[in-house]
Design a protein around this ligand. Structure first.
Ligand code: 5GP
Length: 194
């Protein structure tokens, strides 16, 4: 998606060769106008799949998932929690997820009442790196007997192998901007990611 690529080049910052910082529009301050364009584009790519729920993980996926739901007839948005709050008193589905940025493993949790066998789910996350978060979310859907229709990332770092791993496992994966490498302070995109 050209608009997103240009925004990453303008306002994104590479931290070494592995991490991209996009705090000014996606991860700290949120550009809602951009989110609306991203949501519309996600609907153009996935709107034909009969999706009736969007699943993401706290916290960076929540904003974009919420705006995207507007373009999917206001389907419910569920986000997995990474900790076990005392308010989560009901039974939950859980899947271990290794954090890309922290290296620690936490259990992604969704209360059982928010996922079920009739769900046709679009999984959304801000970044796709090793695919840990997306695989964990897919596991939660499948534990509930639901269907993972597609996995969507706003920004994919293809060179970290997550999309290949998820596609090998049979998932339909598509990302709005695909980074092929970060070298000498320069971010390179896959041409066909529009
Ligand atoms: P994965 O689980 O695919 O290895 O990593 C995806 C998760 O790690 C996302 O939820 C995202 O929050 C975080 N992440 C991975 N790579 C980056 C990055 O380059 N920048 C930022 N800000 N977050 C990232």
């Amino acid at each position: 998606m050209e608009l997103l690529k240009q925004r990453i080049l303008k306002d994104g910052m590479e931290l070494g060769t592995q991490i991209v910082k996009v705090d000014s529009f996606l991860n700290h301050q949120l550009d809602i106008g951009l989110f609306m364009a991203l949501g519309k584009e996600l609907h153009r790519r996935f709107g034909h799949l009969g999706i009736n729920k969007i699943l993401t993980i706290e916290s960076s996926g929540i904003g974009i998932a919420a705006i995207t739901a507007i373009y999917f007839d206001l389907v419910p948005v569920v986000f997995a929690k990474k900790s076990h709050p005392t308010t989560m008193t009901e039974e939950y589905y859980g899947a271990p997820v290794k954090s890309f940025t922290k290296g620690t493993v936490s259990i992604a949790r969704v209360a059982k009442k928010y996922l079920n066998e009739n769900d046709k789910v679009l999984i959304i996350d801000d970044f796709l790196a090793h695919g840990e978060a997306a695989a964990g979310l897919a596991s939660l859907v499948e534990q509930a007997g639901g269907t993972v229709c597609a996995i969507a990332a706003i920004i994919e770092k293809e060179f970290q192998g997550g999309s290949r791993k998820l596609r090998d496992a049979g998932y339909y994966v598509d990302s709005l901007a695909v980074i092929t490498k970060i070298k000498n302070g320069q971010i390179y995109f896959k041409e066909s990611s529009d």
